[in-house]
Design a binder for this molecule. Structure first.
Ligand SMILES: [Cu+2]
Length: 221
């Protein structure tokens, strides 16, 4: 089923897998529980003169179905945790070697992107800036220093399955690797004031050659 925007990042498929794993297991458990609750209600004995049985769970025989439910749910939960842990470590806690280092800065209400200039180093005098237009090379590991000037913003790149809050006074380095060329939206996912909805940018994922041209052009401007 394709209800998400096209995945264009190296780790998007892994995140989608976890989403579907949890959704399907929880949906199946939900249907089973709903059935167990509703079935006795609609199937109760019509003869009200007969005494009804009330099971208090005094012995294991009466409790075994409860235990089975607990064990099944625990197995499902631990399988989620097990799968999530490796994905979380890979995406959130590891910084693979970078091909490009940029800064993504949120401010009311625009995105500022800072690239290293000709010296290849960020935070030097020759840095290059762009507003609401981010260009990155395809298949490059990009480190993003995510920052905010004023209030809390959040960098959301749906096609990369990427989201990270941008906090004033802090610089949070995350990474992304886009594997398909094209134009993708980058929006703010944290309500940050009256024009929050307009805080949108475009990411152009292009060949390394085109990317170098873009930066050279920005540098001249
Ligand atoms: Cu914002």
């Amino acid at each position: 089923m394709n209800i998400f925007p096209e995945n264009a990042s190296s780790y998007g498929a892994e995140i989608d897998f976890i989403f579907w794993l949890i959704t399907i297991v929880v949906a199946v458990a939900g249907v089973v529980v709903l059935f167990l609750v509703l079935y006795p209600i609609f199937n109760r004995k019509k003869d009200y003169t007969k005494e009804q049985r009330y099971l208090k769970g005094d012995n294991f025989k009466q409790l075994r179905w409860i235990y089975l439910g607990i064990v099944l749910l625990a197995i499902a939960d631990f399988s989620f945790l097990f799968k999530e842990e490796s994905t979380w470590t890979k995406i959130e806690e590891t910084l693979p070697n970078k091909d490009l280092h940029i800064a993504v800065i949120g401010r009311q209400w625009m995105w500022e992107f800072v690239y290293p200039g000709p010296d290849g180093k960020l935070y030097t005098d020759d840095d290059v800036k762009a507003i609401n237009q981010l260009h990155i090379p395809v298949n490059a590991t990009v480190h993003m220093d995510i920052q905010a000037y004023d209030v809390i913003h959040s960098v959301f790149i749906p096609n990369a399955r990427f989201k990270q809050d941008a906090l004033p006074g802090r610089s949070i380095t995350r990474w992304v690797k886009m594997t398909k060329t094209g134009e993708y939206p980058l929006t703010c996912a944290e309500i940050c004031g009256i024009a929050h909805a307009n805080m949108k940018a475009t990411i152009t994922v292009e060949s390394e050659e085109d990317f170098n041209k873009t930066i050279a052009k920005l540098y001249k401007e």
